[in-house]
Design a protein around this ligand. Structure first.
Ligand code: PLP
Length: 256
């Protein structure tokens, strides 16, 4: 139901800036991975607002440079300037800095609106986390329980991310874990399998970075949930344009 130009939860996280007066800014600055959903969504925001967008990355693979695809390709088409260097520590007056993955207090504005929509359901909430910003602000504005899992860096990293935005641990989401440790953006056969199974059974395409771990965690804990669970699909489908061919090459299967 969201504007398709913004990839899923990034629409919520950036909502604040849609109504924001950019008269004093000429440029958005951010950093992260060259295939990130946040990067693409920022390129859309910069286009809507008529300001520049400079994005700093550690490294762009030669293959990606020669064959632009996915978020990288569409962000470049939106006029993103991408630089393989450390991001600037000091900013000029007319530059607006947005932290990696939209892990910042301004995200609360849009996620609170999502929470108001979710209040209408008599269900607890599950969503997989990256920076944890979405899960954190949902829990802050919901009486229902918010469950999540750490797709990046494990449960301790996620806890730290929560603490950066909210000091009161009683207001944090509940982190559920699996026994095996999975590394972010690496390929796992069980991820691909559950993704294919979900597609077949629900006819819904989920994202390949966060949702497989999310669903594996959800299914493990299913017997323990007291209420029905509302699972939040957070978008990220443009990312599948790069993830799906990688999976297909690795496991040599085509189920689409
Ligand atoms: C960004 C993103 C997440 C993680 O959101 P956080 O607020 O950083 O936890 C999860 N799923 C998708 C598809 C995303 O694009």
């Amino acid at each position: 139901m969201l504007d398709s130009r913004f990839s899923g939860n990034k629409a919520r996280k950036l909502h604040y800036f849609l109504n924001y007066d950019f008269n004093n800014f000429r440029k958005i600055i951010s950093h992260g991975s060259p295939q990130s959903n946040a990067m693409y969504s920022l390129s859309e925001l910069s286009k809507i607002k008529g300001v520049g967008f400079e994005y700093y990355v550690d490294h762009i693979a030669d293959y990606l440079k020669q064959n632009p695809h996915g978020n990288y390709k569409y962000a470049l088409q939106n006029g993103m300037k991408i630089l393989e260097e450390a991001f600037p520590i000091t900013l000029k007056d007319e530059e607006l800095f947005i932290p990696e993955g939209g892990h910042f207090v301004e995200a609360e504005y849009g996620i609170k609106i999502l929470a108001q929509e979710l209040k209408l359901y008599d269900a607890d909430i599950f969503l997989p986390s990256g920076t944890g910003t979405t899960a954190l602000y949902l829990q802050k504005h919901l009486k229902q329980k918010v469950y999540t899992c750490a797709c990046v860096g494990g449960a301790n990293y996620l806890k730290k991310q929560f603490l950066e935005l909210e000091g009161d641990e009683r207001r944090h989401p509940t982190i559920l874990t699996l026994d095996k440790k999975y590394h972010f953006a690496k390929l796992y056969r069980e991820f691909f399998e559950i993704w294919i199974e979900l597609k077949k059974e629900t006819d819904i395409e989920f994202d390949l970075l966060y949702d497989p771990l999310g669903w594996m965690t959800l299914l493990k804990y299913q017997p323990q949930f007291k209420k029905e669970i509302l699972y939040i699909h957070q978008g990220g489908l443009i990312g599948n344009e790069s993830m799906y061919p990688r999976y297909k090459r690795r496991f040599n299967e085509d189920y689409r």
